[in-house]
Design a protein around this ligand. Structure first.
Ligand code: C5P
Length: 218
């Protein structure tokens, strides 16, 4: 058995995309597979943590031993997150939350119209920033998918969202990140940084949890 680095710790992870309805049959979403968040949940269970996995719509089996909460929209993911955040030792926001949702969800299926139509969108709440703001003793860790200036954009998000750590992946290639089985991360916290080299999402998850334990939990 691995050293139970997170024995007795409560950990919540958000994973997958959110899905924002336009009408009863259509939605806006993204290609997040949920693999990284599910790998983190599985690894945290292995390390002895009490794990809650808040998941958007994905096609993945629930890792053994964690409690899964299924949600669809960003607003639902926010509510599920805030309901548990204060009781957690660690909250990791791995979900690819849709930045915008329809200003109004049409109650009936939208009819086909002219050659060009417009749909008004409004900004979704920032879930991880809300969790960071509304908790006092929870370690809050975010992710950032970047294609350029990774360190600078990631450090800005660390500060602006009030996080303790941020894990940035370079999504400019297609062998890592979204939907891939491998990942590599540049991890930043207020007084340090560490590169996790390309590896399986399971191994990357183990290294990220070890960094959290080493640098944020003493
Ligand atoms: O701002 P950006 O989307 O790049 O930030 C990514 C991080 O913020 C991830 O941890 C993601 O889960 C979180 N996020 C969020 N709510 C949003 C947008 C992003 O929690 N509405």
């Amino acid at each position: 058995a691995p050293a139970q680095l997170l024995a007795g710790k409560k950990l919540t992870i958000t994973a997958g995309p959110t899905r924002e309805a336009l009408d009863p049959v259509r939605y806006i979403s993204n290609h997040s597979s949920g693999k990284m968040g599910f790998a983190l949940a599985a690894e945290a269970v292995r390390l002895g943590a009490d794990v809650t996995l808040i998941s958007g719509p994905v096609n993945l089996p629930t890792p053994q031993g964690c409690q899964r909460v299924d949600v669809t929209s960003a607003e639902q993911m926010l509510a599920a997150s805030l309901a548990v955040a204060e009781q957690q030792d660690i909250f990791i926001g791995c979900a690819a939350v849709a930045d915008y949702r329809a200003a109004e969800i049409a109650p009936e299926k939208l009819k086909k119209q002219g050659d060009r139509i417009a749909i008004e969108l409004i900004k979704n709440p920032d879930i991880i920033a809300s969790v960071a703001e509304q908790t006092s003793n929870t370690i809050v860790v975010g992710f950032a998918a970047e294609t350029q200036n990774i360190a600078q954009y990631a450090r800005n998000k660390l500060t602006q969202k009030g996080l303790h750590m941020i894990a940035a992946n370079d999504v400019s290639g297609n062998d890592i990140g979204f939907n891939a089985n491998d990942n590599a991360l540049s991890v930043f916290w207020h007084d340090g940084q560490h590169t996790i080299e390309q590896s399986s999402k399971q191994q990357v998850a183990a290294q990220l949890l070890a960094l959290i334990q080493q640098h944020l939990m003493q």
